[in-house]
Design a protein around this ligand. Structure first.
Ligand SMILES: Nc1nc2c(c(=O)[nH]1)N[C@H]1C(S)=C(S)[C@@H](COP(=O)(O)OP(=O)(O)OC[C@H]3O[C@@H](n4cnc5c(=O)[nH]c(N)nc54)[C@H](O)[C@@H]3O)O[C@H]1N2
Ligand SMILES: Nc1nc2c(c(=O)[nH]1)N[C@H]1C(S)=C(S)[C@@H](COP(=O)(O)OP(=O)(O)OC[C@H]3O[C@@H](n4cnc5c(=O)[nH]c(N)nc54)[C@H](O)[C@@H]3O)O[C@H]1N2
Ligand code: SF4
Ligand SMILES: [Mo]
Length: 766
């Protein structure tokens, strides 16, 4: 359908800041085109959101040719029609006059912001030429590729492999890497949480009411409100989760490890743990007994600031609730240098409570392949990756990820360590880097020490950034390629299985404004232009989808109409009697997997760890990082680096990382991020609400505005992340607020190579 949306309406609703009224809008933006119509489906199309990477299932439709109405996809049970503020504001990004809709080629100095508009054809030709030139002169390893994981990352990954560069980076190192690595070392693979049936949840800064994932957030909200569930939260600040909890303990940032080690001490001291489970499924308890001998509740009190009797009581309460309990490791696991040990200790604490594959505890994902095998019939279709034959180049990576003996030995070759990029470029170590292709990532806001990162970018010959806005990182590019927003894209199938086999797909709701391209179109076209596409087996998204679905027309049709398909099999927890019974009753072939006790506990006998067991002690870790084989006090919990205050950061419910701060509706809801300061600290520093301050350390100096609140420890400061934007093309948010990353050093947590987001600072008055 087409619309009669006039230029006047366009200006009224979304005003291109003051610029459009007087002067013209920025080059390459939607505003510079004048009024554009919104055409697309007037009936609900089911898809998934990309306002953050929780990627919740949505449905949306064009209303009166003027707007896009978005709500949760009712076919996705966990969502219902709920959506968060950012999810509902998708239209505001789509139709923001400051959004990029034309490719731009740099004409001024790098970072200066002078551009000429180009067609995609021109821009892609230039990229192909420049990248191939680097490849010929310096080799393919001289170009880096990075993106946040998701559909973009899949296509970027294939493209980087076709180009033969080993240097592919995801967002793992500044977000989930600690728990990904800790899970691999402990259970061989990840586990999911069953909040809905849990009697006791011990939450270590899992900020689900602000760092949102709608279906998980709803589950935790229900549990928090239930009389049957006790929620205990350890958080340096009074977050919204803390506010909804039964108990909040204001832990000193970076010291969670001490609290967990003290719980383990109490359980082992008193013999209050699931001995049978530990005996059957784990290795290395003797190492843990040794390493936690002195980690008493009294010992932890001095480190965390939480009273000894609290640790003693929580340990006992958890044991009473076990196995229907969860000790929650969180999501963004970047608290400090002790992060690996903290997360390993939490994962092992769960095993001691015997809550694995138990109701209200933790469970392994049940994908189609596993369910079909157990049921002995095909109850759910499986999908495949049409690009799986592309091999990861075996050449040395700039960060030496996965290389034995290196400090990134346990980092995947397809993940990498973003914090090691500046050093590699500046020192030409282990070789010269000349180019960087980035998509859907903004490291100049979201990675530590952006000053050094920027310095490194200045040394490069060629940078490509694909974004929807002129981000700080895009400003540093030679070519900026706008991408169609998620509302304007058809994309591939994603496996979303949790307790049941589940798939989702992104379906286009709106026709791409100004014919902007999706990432698969960008990479597929570039590979062709560069003559490196001989191994691609698809030319367009339909072929890609069909191959993913292995020609399963029914699955594809269902996904294209419902956006989300989940197979309603009885939930199966291998060690929970009634669940196993229900499954076997429905699928009698599954009987052959029953153990003598009528359960399926032997499904846990061959885990993907070196021993096949849950590894309380990890020999492989001990060999690479001496002293880290078992959780212990690693003397690494002080994150102050000698400064008087710890500055920490986290998500706000209104904004996403380094992404949404310029989106008109969201900017109207929240336009600044003042610094949380305890009244005692404010008094000591002679500060009051609204005062301007500087936060300072050896890495940087950043301005801030004082917000005095009881909701934070006196030794801690907090800001919501992603403000302090420096791109002058983000007109609504430019120059406002504090960017915490500017104060973070380029250090990594040992073993897992995580970024560290809690940092010491001092306060000076501005
Ligand atoms: N609204 C919104 N939702 C989002 C996102 C978003 O940007 N905005 N981003 C998505 C992404 S990428 C992610 S990774 C998830 C993140 O989800 P979470 O990891 O749950 O969210 P964060 O706010 O990053 O969590 C950090 C919390 O830990 C607290 N904290 C800091 N240091 C410590 C410590 O040492 N110990 C303890 N116990 N707590 C500490 C902080 O105060 C903060 O509340 O959210 C996702 N959802
Ligand atoms: N100081 C500090 N730093 C942090 C964190 C913290 O709490 N404190 N949190 C960390 C966490 S958990 C994460 S996950 C990372 C996230 O950091 P990044 O990986 O950099 O991701 P985002 O900031 O979410 O988004 C990056 C860019 O994607 C663009 N974008 C949005 N949608 C699209 C799209 O559809 N297509 C394209 N091409 N681009 C799009 C946005 O405009 C934005 O410029 O930051 C980490 N950094
Ligand atoms: S949490 Fe909100 S913004 Fe993130 S994907 Fe879900 S609906 Fe979208
Ligand atoms: Mo994240």
């Amino acid at each position: 359908m087409s619309s009669n949306y006039t230029r006047r309406d366009f200006l009224k609703v979304t005003s291109c800041s003051t610029a459009i009224a007087g002067i013209s809008c920025m080059t390459g933006t939607l505003g510079s085109l004048g009024a554009q119509t919104i055409s697309g489906s007037t009936k609900f199309v089911r898809s998934y959101c990309e306002m953050c990477t929780s990627r919740c299932q949505i449905e949306g439709k064009v209303v009166d040719g003027k707007s896009v109405f978005i709500q949760g996809n009712k076919y996705s049970k966990g969502m219902g029609t709920s959506v968060c503020a950012r999810g509902a504001a998708g239209h505001s990004q789509l139709y923001d006059p400051q959004r990029l809709v034309k490719p731009l080629i740099r004409v001024g100095k790098r970072g200066e912001g002078r551009w000429k508009e180009a067609t995609y054809e021109e821009a892609l030709n230039l990229i192909a030429k420049k990248m191939m030139k680097i490849k010929e002169e310096y080799g393919p390893q001289a170009v880096l590729f990075s993106s946040k994981t998701g559909e973009h990352f899949s296509h970027l990954s294939t493209f980087s492999k076709a180009f033969e560069s080993p240097n592919l980076f995801s967002h793992h190192s500044h977000c989930p890497i600690a728990y990904k690595v800790a899970f691999k070392h402990t259970y061989g693979t990840g586990l999911k949480r069953d909040f809905s049936k849990s009697k006791y949840i011990l939450n270590f800064g899992h900020n689900l009411f602000e760092g949102i994932n709608v279906s998980s957030t709803k589950k935790l909200a229900k549990a928090a409100a239930s009389e049957k569930t006790k929620l205990v939260v350890l958080e340096p600040r009074f977050s919204i989760v803390a506010a909804k909890a039964d108990e909040w303990h204001s832990v000193k940032p970076g010291t969670d490890l001490a609290f967990v080690l003290s719980l383990i001490h109490v359980w082992l001291r008193d013999g209050k743990y699931d001995k049978e489970f530990v005996q059957r499924y784990t290795v290395g308890i003797e190492h843990l007994i040794e390493s936690t001998k002195t980690t008493t509740p009294q010992w932890q009190e001095k480190i965390t600031g939480i009273k000894a009797d609290v640790a003693e009581r929580v340990a006992n309460e958890l044991y009473k609730a076990a196995p229907n309990c969860i000790i929650d490791w969180g999501h963004k696991t970047t608290t400090g240098q002790s992060e690996y040990q903290r997360t390993r200790a939490i994962l092992i604490a769960n095993a001691l409570m015997g809550n694995i594959e138990k109701e209200g505890g933790l469970f392994f994902k049940k994908k189609a392949k596993t369910c079909n095998k157990l049921a002995g019939i095909d109850i759910a279709p499986t999908i495949t990756n049409p690009d799986k034959h592309f091999e990861t180049p075996k050449t040395l990576r700039v960060d030496r990820a996965s290389l034995k003996g290196s400090d990134n030995a346990f980092v995947g070759r397809n993940q990498g360590v973003l914090m090691d990029i500046p050093k590699a470029i500046l020192n030409k170590d282990p070789y010269e880097v000349k180019g960087w292709f980035m998509i859907r990532t903004n490291p100049l806001i979201t990675v530590a020490d952006p000053k050094t990162m920027k310095e490194a970018m200045h040394k490069l010959d060629f940078i490509v950034v694909t974004d929807v806005y002129m981000s700080e990182t895009a400003l540093m590019a030679d070519v900026v390629l706008p991408e169609a927003t998620y509302l304007e894209r058809d994309e591939g199938i994603m496996d979303k299985s949790s307790s049941k086999p589940t798939y989702m797909i992104r379906n286009k709701i709106v026709d791409p404004i100004n014919n902007t391209l999706a990432s698969h179109e960008i990479f597929r076209t570039l590979a062709k232009k560069m003559g490196i596409d001989k191994d691609y087996k698809w030319d367009n998204i339909l072929q890609y989808r069909v191959q993913q679905a292995k020609g399963n027309d029914k699955l594809l049709k269902e996904l294209m109409s419902k956006g989300y398909v989940s197979y309603s099999i009885p939930t199966l927890y291998y060690r929970e009697e009634k669940y196993v019974k229900d499954f076997v009753n429905k699928y009698p072939n599954a009987r052959k997997y029953l153990d003598e006790d009528g359960l399926m506990g032997s499904m846990l006998d061959n885990l993907k760890t070196p021993s096949g067991k849950i590894e309380i002690f990890s020999q492989q870790v001990e060999e690479e990082f001496k002293g880290y084989g078992v959780p212990r006090d690693d003397n690494n919990m002080d994150v102050t680096r000698g400064y008087p205050y710890i500055l920490t950061s986290g998500k706000s419910a209104i904004h996403t990382n380094g992404h949404t701060h310029n989106v008109p509706y969201l900017n109207m809801l929240m336009s600044d991020n003042p610094v949380w300061i305890n009244p005692q600290t404010a008094k000591k520093e002679n500060l009051k609400n609204g005062d301007k301050i500087y936060l300072e350390n050896d890495i940087g100096k950043e301005k801030g505005t004082v917000f005095v609140t009881e909701g934070i420890r006196p030794d801690t400061l907090f800001v919501y992340m992603g403000f302090g934007r420096e791109s002058s093309d983000l007109k609504r948010t430019n120059g406002i607020g504090t960017n915490q990353s500017k104060l973070l050093p380029l250090i990594k947590g040992p073993v897992c190579s995580t970024m560290v987001t809690n940092v010491g600072v001092k306060i000076t008055k501005a």
